[in-house]
Design a protein around this ligand. Structure first.
Ligand code: SF4
Length: 73
């Protein structure tokens, strides 16, 4: 999937609507959220404990998509 945005999942909290999250599926069908910020900042766990209800690094995915659609000057 990708690019079209995600439907926020209350069970996952903020990660489900964050542009820094990547959905990872296990062989058994379980779904995890990998925090891309963890690659450069150890403050963030690679697999956050869900639901994440507060996070300084949260970046709304929808806001990002809107910004990308603004034509350049
Ligand atoms: S920055 Fe925060 S909200 Fe975004 S994926 Fe990482 S832990 Fe989740």
């Amino acid at each position: 999937m990708g690019g079209a945005g995600r439907v926020p999942d209350p069970a996952a909290g903020l990660c489900s609507a964050c542009r820094q999250a990547r959905v990872v599926r296990s062989d058994r069908g379980s779904r995890f959220y990998l925090c891309e910020r963890s690659r450069s900042d150890p403050h963030y766990p690679m697999y956050p404990r869900l639901p994440v209800v507060s996070c300084d690094g949260f970046e709304p995915e929808i806001g990002t998509l809107k910004a990308e659609r603004i034509p350049p000057d």
